[in-house]
Design a protein. Structure first.
Length: 225
């Protein structure tokens, strides 16, 4: 229903190549209308700003990044894949920031954790290398997948025979690679350090879930700080 209404409103300003209506609770009521020409988007913002749709005035602005549909039309396959990886990395950053903010909120005096489902037992999450501090904050540990970026990656699920040389062959091709650190007495894990966050972000985007060894898929996250 929302897509049809947006098409009816915006189609007179230019050729629409895509409409993405967001459905999650936080972004409900938001949508992206993608035109084939930037001039069409500018004209639509100028003339439709504040127009009421479903009894609410619309708030319009240019998107901060190019849409998937635009990149798919104007770029090649490699550019499109790079665009998607960057978009997912930005999404991970936002989730990490939200999780960190919630953790801070629960540490404030008088804060309480959201009520758990009474019909289901709860289990306290414990991330790698982070000790629970007790109370509500212990339930607010940020999952590994949502940790904010930093220049050190934590790699798990490696084949036992993988050594520094094998890992350097995988991670050393990304800009700013510094070193591989294995953990004495522990197989299957390693730390990969880069000179800056940018190199670590690129490496994570390109290696997370990579198949290695005999049917194993490595898990790549940022090291906890």
């Amino acid at each position: 229903m929302l897509k049809e209404a947006l098409t009816a409103v915006f189609s007179e300003y230019g050729n629409i190549i895509d409409i993405v209506a967001l459905t999650n609770l936080k972004a409900k009521g938001q949508a992206f209308v993608v035109f084939d020409k930037p001039e069409a988007a500018l004209q639509a913002i100028d003339e439709v700003q504040g127009f009421e749709l479903f009894d609410k005035p619309m708030q319009l602005a240019l998107a901060r990044t190019r849409s998937d549909a635009t990149v798919a039309r104007t770029g090649n396959k490699d550019e499109f894949e790079l665009h998607q990886r960057r978009r997912l990395a930005e999404k991970d950053k936002r989730k990490a920031a939200e999780a960190a903010e919630e953790q801070k909120r629960l540490k404030r005096p008088g804060a309480v954790a959201p009520p758990a489902d009474a019909n289901r037992p709860t289990k306290t999450a414990r991330g790698t290398g982070l000790k629970p501090t007790g109370g509500a904050a212990a339930n607010a540990v940020v999952p590994d997948e949502y940790l904010p970026p930093n220049k050190i990656l934590f790699v798990q699920n490696l084949p036992d025979e993988y050594d520094i040389e094998a890992l350097t062959a995988i991670f050393g091709r990304f800009e700013g690679f510094r070193e591989v650190r294995l953990v004495p007495g522990r197989k299957g894990i390693a730390f990969i350090e880069y000179e800056a966050e940018a190199g670590a972000i690129t490496a994570k985007e390109n290696t997370a879930g990579m198949a290695v060894g005999d049917g194993k898929f490595i898990k790549v996250t940022y090291q906890r700080q």
